[in-house]
Design a protein around this ligand. Structure first.
Ligand code: NAD
Length: 521
């Protein structure tokens, strides 16, 4: 294996011209049409994104199909070595990638460099290891009752049973904007590790780092056509990918409504579909919790990544006995630690909303809370350089007046049936509500259509496990938040999704699983 090449990554997304990556070549969209992208911190124009359509998808699927026979038969050792090269190059360019992610998405550079980008490298490394560990064939010997017709010699026979996983073919991978590169890598890595080829459709809102990834894939030695990336909107490029007859499986992460549409289309075409969708994470806080630890974590869980995380604790239920104390400490902690502002500043806890359109959506929920008569508090750090806080929570930051900032928002006196509690807001807005009994807390936690993540806080271990087991969510944390084991399943129930990512669960999805049986000869 040749040593990986140096990858020259610009420090400013403005200097990047995004092109599609098809069959190992950077090409413009056939229509010549582009979309404008913006820097959310300033509202300034950032770069142009190809507005690709069906013909670009057709070309990319053709390239992926052509690359499949060679890639799917490339040895596991060679595929793993290439994946490890990708991981090395991501790590070598951690800071550059983090800075670009921040310019495009709005998240603090520090968060991108310490969380998003390392996780991208980790995905390639983990799946390289998983295939080397030999996931693809599991052999066991079993006693089976066989009729004379099926096995000629004996009635009872010992047969060897083998589970074989084979690559499924060309995959369509569709990703969202809140963790742009991380979400794309969490699909590409397992998909190509097992020998599939793919067409990736990143979100049109944050396309920069997926484009830079094409340089890394090329330098790492990923053969042309194994990973193709087509940029553009969901309705034009995304849906053409979902409908393409040569795409055998679709892995989608995004909003629940989009997922429902994609699931219906892909299911109708007999494709395998993985849906990783929205969340409205409950946090259940009992009076016997470690309150300082709970508050520290739950403030982060409410506002991290601007609240643009599917696993945020956006509904917090607190036992009545400590409700007032909790609110007081929650306010203090937020006021002292949650600094909103320039994402390039190391003091910043969270930056702007990803887009003007998304900011308007979040502000509309805050206005709804005010109309419903809920108590709405904006917890703005007194030292923050905001120049203006508007009545609906929009913040204007000195020097970044065109940016899309919203104040950390705390909502109380809100009904469980309100849309504020039932719907995913996906911004720095948290509802904190009281409960009396354990049964009531479980009922409230389970009372939305979502079921992605949850947390429970108590120092009573029996109660902790009892409640954790009753909450309908794909991941439930006891006295913690955002703990994700890479060999553990991750995914949701209800309108949070249908499948599980992570470790072997992912590999099951990305392969066709066969059962082979044969008696002793
Ligand atoms: P979105 O559904 O608007 O878009 C996601 C992707 O789907 C984008 O690439 C978009 O272009 C594409 N798309 C849109 N319509 C399409 C269509 N008809 N056919 C094919 N593709 C289409 O979601 P978003 O606003 O980008 O992302 C935010 C959402 O993602 C939130 O709901 C969040 O909770 C969810 N999310 C979930 C997870 C998880 O692991 N469960 C992780 C991150 C984000």
């Amino acid at each position: 294996m040749a040593l990986s090449k140096f990858v020259d990554i610009p420090s400013n997304a403005k200097n990047i011209k995004i092109l599609n990556y098809i069959g190992g070549k950077h090409v413009p969209p056939v229509s010549g049409q582009y979309l404008q992208s913006y820097n959310p911190a300033t509202g300034d124009k950032l770069t142009m994104v190809p507005d690709s359509s069906k013909i670009d998808i057709d070309n990319a699927v053709f390239a992926a199909k052509k690359a499949f026979p060679a890639w799917s038969t490339t040895s596991i050792a060679e595929r793993a070595a290439i994946l490890n090269q990708v991981a090395d190059l991501i790590e070598q360019n951690m800071y550059q990638l983090g800075r670009l992610e921040s310019q495009d998405q709005g998240k603090p550079v520090a968060a991108a460099v310490s969380f998003d980008i390392p996780n991208c490298a980790d995905k390639f490394r983990k799946f390289a290891k998983l295939i080397l560990d030999g996931f693809n064939e599991v052999s066991l010997t079993m006693e089976t009752t066989a009729t004379k017709n099926s096995i000629s010699k004996k009635e009872m026979a010992t047969v060897t049973a083998v589970t074989q996983h084979i690559p499924a073919g060309v995959a369509g991978l569709i990703s969202p904007w809140n963790m742009p590169l991380q979400m794309a890598c969490s699909k590409i890595a397992p998909c190509i590790a097992v020998g599939n080829t793919c067409v990736v459709k990143p979100t049109e809102i944050t396309s920069v780092t997926a484009f830079v990834l094409t340089q890394i894939l090329e330098a790492a030695g990923v053969p042309p056509g194994v990973v193709n990336i087509v940029f553009g909107t969901g309705i034009n490029a995304g849906e053409a990918l979902v409908k393409h007859k040569d795409v055998r499986l679709i892995s989608f992460t995004g909003g629940s409504l989009t997922g429902s549409r994609i699931g219906a289309i892909a299911g109708g075409l007999y494709k395998r579909v993985a849906l990783e969708l929205g969340g409205k994470g409950p946090s259940v806080v009992f009076k016997d919790c470690d309150i300082e630890h709970t508050i520290t974590t739950n403030v982060r869980a409410a506002y991290q990544n601007q609240g643009e995380l599917c696993l945020c604790a956006s509904r917090q239920y607190v036992q009545q006995d400590i409700y007032d104390e909790y609110l007081q400490k929650f306010r203090q902690k937020t006021l002292s630690e949650v600094v909103v502002g320039n994402p390039a500043d190391s003091k910043t806890f969270y930056g702007p909303m990803v887009s003007k359109q998304h900011m308007e959506k979040v502000l509309s929920y805050i206005r709804l809370a005010q109309e419903e008569g809920a108590t709405v508090e904006f917890l703005v750090n007194p030292d923050a350089e905001h120049t203006n806080l508007s009545s609906d929570g929009r913040l204007t930051i000195k020097g970044f007046e065109g940016g899309y900032y919203i104040a950390p928002t705390l909502i109380t006196n809100v009904k469980q049936s309100s849309r504020l509690v039932q719907e995913e807001i996906f911004g720095p807005v948290v509802c904190v509500m009281p409960f009396q009994t354990e049964d009531e807390a479980v009922k409230l936690a389970n009372d939305t259509q979502y079921g992605l993540t949850a947390s429970v806080w108590t120092l009573d271990k029996e109660k902790l496990l009892r409640v954790m087991k009753q909450i309908n969510a794909g991941s439930v944390w006891g006295n913690g938040w955002l703990i994700i084991g890479s060999d553990m399943p991750f995914g949701g129930m209800g309108c949070s999704g249908t499948t599980r990512e992570g470790g072997k669960w992912c590999l099951d999805f990305y392969t066709e699983t066969k059962a082979l049986y044969y008696p002793e000869i």
